[in-house]
Design a protein around this ligand. Sequence first.
Ligand SMILES: Cc1cc2nc3c(=O)[nH]c(=O)nc-3n(C[C@H](O)[C@H](O)[C@H](O)COP(=O)(O)OP(=O)(O)OC[C@H]3O[C@@H](n4cnc5c(N)ncnc54)[C@H](O)[C@@H]3O)c2cc1C
Length: 417
Amino acid sequence: MKTTRREFVKVTAAGALGATVIPARVGAQAPGASGGDVYDVAVVGAGVFGAWTAYRLRLAGHRVALLDAYGPGNARASSGGQTRVIRMGYGDQEIYTRWSMRSLELWKSLVGPIGRPSLFQQAGVLWMAHGEDPLTTKTLATLQRLGVVHERLDRRELERRWPQIDFGPNTWAIYEPESGFLVAFHGVQAVVQMAEAEGVEYLQEAVLPPEGRGPLGSVSTRSGRVVRAGIFVFACGPWLPKLFPDLLGERIFPTRQEVFYFGPSPGDDRFRLPAMPVWVDFAEEIYGLPDFKGRGFKVAPDRHGPAFDPDTGTRTITPDTLARVRDFVARRFPGLKDAPLVGSEVCQYENTSNGDFLIDRHPERDNVWLVGGGSGHGFKHGPAVGEYVTARILEGGNVETRFSLDTKQKVQKRAVY
Ligand SMILES: Cc1cc2nc3c(=O)[nH]c(=O)nc-3n(C[C@H](O)[C@H](O)[C@H](O)COP(=O)(O)OP(=O)(O)OC[C@H]3O[C@@H](n4cnc5c(N)ncnc54)[C@H](O)[C@@H]3O)c2cc1C
């Protein structure tokens, strides 16, 4: 992929930033600029949202700094897991289906230029349902309308194709053969590597919460560095409430989420690719992935856990959740009934009130963008989020209402799955 450099003179964020103009020359108009590192845009947070945003801004020709306190895809970050599902089904929330479609294209496009093996595994995604489940029924209509390749499978066909699954009360499913999963923290690191190769400057720095009011001229880091920029993007996932406590302290809810990996017996191929797809048991609020590279068969409850601090929270699993997950595995995947636990992760969702992302300008600082609220489903959308944020910064235009800060409530009522 080639960098498409262009002059910044005419690139304004009119509409999005009012009269603010992205600096004609590097840093020329960073508010109050005087010394220190100067950039057109500083992106704080190198998780999946920040990494893709920095990369896209750079491809559009801007001088971009990308800062992260712990490193891209670090173990504390929401993007820090081994794998993440990419599916197209989102009920009737068509925008997320469209973004998944676009993101899958972009994830796949990342393969060639750096000569990496694919970050995407086309395992297929099986979304199980029973009865007239409204969300799954709406998904079916959306996939049909948008031309996403899919199948509606009845119980008989499910049992024929996947005899290693006991479908329990599930009577039907949607199968997306072209979806699958992404290699998560490696994927983020690959995006940052690509961004650096294009000229993004990556700085491992912990940014202090910005002080004052009005346009932001610079941020300071714990090590004493000052980074100046015309525009700032804060893509800090579950840390957003710490950086903007007044604004987001009650609007982003980081919750503790546990992930389990069970080891199939040697020679038992039923739980790895290509025999096993990604699966979602929606009614039981649990999903999983095939054993990948011998790391174990992944099972993760999707129900929101208790509140969690991403810096200091303890990342060991709890016996209660393990017992619940084991019980589920024994019922749904009898061949894994006695499989040992070979790994685990404790991560956090960074939920908004209803699961819609937060992508908006700070209400009092119009050169500051807040990007986050991935709410347990954001990873797959990293490429589309990067593209969307870049377009809003460079071309202006209002953000979708559903992404705006105004729509973020202080009480959680999940609506996006
Ligand atoms: C267990 C689990 C399973 C999930 N499964 C899926 C899935 O299957 N599919 C899917 O699409 N999504 C899934 N998600 C959701 C998805 O992973 C997240 O929505 C997404 O990774 C959020 O990315 P982010 O860039 O917003 O945040 P993060 O990845 O958390 O990145 C934020 C970054 O900001 C940095 N940072 C924070 N504060 C500062 C500071 N002061 N200075 C500098 N840097 C700072 C952090 O170090 C971090 O690297 C899952 C999440 C979890 C926890």
